[in-house]
Design a protein around this ligand. Structure first.
Ligand SMILES: NC(=O)c1ccc[n+]([C@@H]2O[C@H](COP(=O)([O-])OP(=O)(O)OC[C@H]3O[C@@H](n4cnc5c(N)ncnc54)[C@H](O)[C@@H]3O)[C@@H](O)[C@H]2O)c1
Length: 440
């Protein structure tokens, strides 16, 4: 079903959690003329938000935030108003990883309990947080039976860095509901969005979210494995990827060899699905292999540096890019975290630089790692440069002047296959990519 509702129906909405998903949800719904209150328990975040300042870096969010506050359509609060008088409540709290890989659902349970306690009149509770299949059914049984709350799964697929664009141009809206009337009400929430709608049951909606992420990480690990194979058989991943991606059954997206996936969702969701499947008696071996391949990909970067530099102890290496992808300051499970610790253990003298994510990384790293103020300070005197995140600033850098200030053997490990290989070789760099044929 593809439809656009057309008729505006203003609703009163409460959004619980003002992170990447919650703040985007709140700002966009307010921009669409719903009346939104967003609850955030983190006092520092709340203070910023009330002043119209976004605690997250997201294109366009500051403008929507200021507009929402100015129009009175958007407000923030430290806790739920009681009694709660809204049409729809949305849970957008985090579901991080437990040490065993399972999803930590304590924030979700807490928010659900609070909502139940505050609710006295009919409302729909739509959960946007990513929760393992079966969670909705358990939440209903535990908290919402014989209450005025009707539970819906409405998973979110937005990408950080383009969250607002994705909100208004989603590839699909997934609604898992027990009855059509409830699903229709959720559809009306997105009255101004033209997108295919998938109406299904709650557990299937939860499964769609995990299966989507599991498929994407499998595609990434698959192309990384093919890149490693290219190195073994002396093929070139660039041509191979093009040849594979032109097959419409496969497509070119997520077929870019590199240091593997990171970020706030892919790693934790892959682990959580593996754990939740096992918990239900199914050993999801393909997913396990995908996760293992991703870990191995980072270790292989160290191996490549050793091949190029010999003993790494005392070598000067500049690491470029901390954010898990360009255009965000989010460093959750970013590849640099593994790579930096492996290099540190080898006794490398490390200098790191990222255009936006330096402050987020600082508390997580040893104090004797140098945080360089800019690209040139990071690379000056380095024996090797490792490109971890493909920020435009790095792709468009003046590599000739960088080379002039480096030391032998002028190694560049392009962990994203993002740089112009032939040009760099022409400048005298010893270029190492991921599955790119070594030019002689
Ligand atoms: N970040 C993404 O790109 C993305 C995309 C799709 C889905 N998701 C999923 O959406 C969920 C949220 O992700 P996120 O990245 O926005 O998380 P986040 O950690 O950035 O934000 C969660 C926010 O909820 C707040 N919070 C926690 N408990 C609360 C409570 N009881 N009341 C009010 N506020 C509370 C936290 O302080 C935090 O600000 C996760 O399940 C995630 O997997 C994330």
């Amino acid at each position: 079903m593809r439809d656009k509702q057309g008729d505006t129906q203003q609703m009163n909405i409460i959004v619980v959690g003002a992170g990447y998903v919650g703040l985007t949800t709140a700002c966009c719904l307010a921009n669409s003329k719903h009346r939104v209150t967003c609850v955030e328990t983190n006092k520092a975040k709340l203070k910023l938000l009330e002043q119209g300042l976004s605690p997250i870096r997201e294109n366009g969010i500051n403008r929507l935030l200021k507009q929402g506050l100015a129009s009175d359509g958007l407000s923030f609060a430290p806790s739920l108003p009681k009694p709660l008088q809204v049409d729809i409540a949305m849970i957008t709290v985090g579901t991080p990883s437990l040490p065993n890989g399972a999803a930590a659902l304590s924030y979700v349970y807490y928010a659900a309990q609070e909502l139940r306690n505050a609710t006295e009149q009919d409302l729909i509770l739509a959960i946007k947080s990513t929760v393992p299949p079966g969670t909705g059914a358990r939440l209903i049984k535990r908290y919402f039976e014989n209450t005025p709350i009707t539970y819906v799964s409405n998973p979110e697929f937005l990408r950080e860095g383009q969250a607002i664009w994705d909100w208004y141009h989603p590839s699909r809206i997934v609604i898992g509901a027990e009855d059509k009337q409830t699903a229709d009400k959720i559809r009306q929430l997105y009255f101004d969005i033209d997108a295919p709608v998938v109406l299904t049951d709650i557990t299937s909606a939860e499964t769609i979210k995990y299966a989507s992420n599991a498929f994407l990480v499998t595609k990434i690990s698959f192309i990384n494995e093919i890149a490693n194979l290219c190195e073994a058989v002396d093929a070139n991943i660039d041509g191979v990827t093009k040849g594979i991606g032109l097959d419409p059954r496969i497509g070119p997206d997520f077929l870019h060899a590199g240091l593997g996936y990171g970020g706030s969702c892919f790693p934790k969701d892959a682990r959580a699905l593996d754990s939740s499947a096992l918990n239900k008696g199914y050993d999801f071996r393909l997913l396990k292999a995908t996760i293992e391949a991703n870990t191995r990909q980072r270790i292989m970067a160290i191996h490549k540096l050793k091949q190029a530099l010999g003993d790494l102890a005392g070598k000067e290496i500049a690491l470029l890019g901390l954010a898990f992808k360009p255009d965000t300051d989010d460093i959750r499970e970013a590849p640099f975290l593994d790579i930096i610790h492996l290099l540190y253990e080898e006794g490398v003298k490390l200098r790191i630089y990222d255009p936006k994510a330096m402050e987020n990384a600082r508390p997580l790293l040893p104090t004797d790692i140098t945080f360089a103020p800019d690209l040139h300070s990071a690379t000056t005197g380095a024996n090797a440069v490792v490109l971890v995140t493909e920020w435009q600033e790095f792709i468009q850098a003046d590599w000739q002047s960088i080379k002039e200030q480096m030391q032998e053997p002028y190694v560049i490990l392009d962990g994203r296959n993002a740089l112009a290989q032939n040009k760099l070789i022409g400048l005298g760099f010893r270029y190492i990519g991921i599955g790119r044929r070594v030019q002689t």
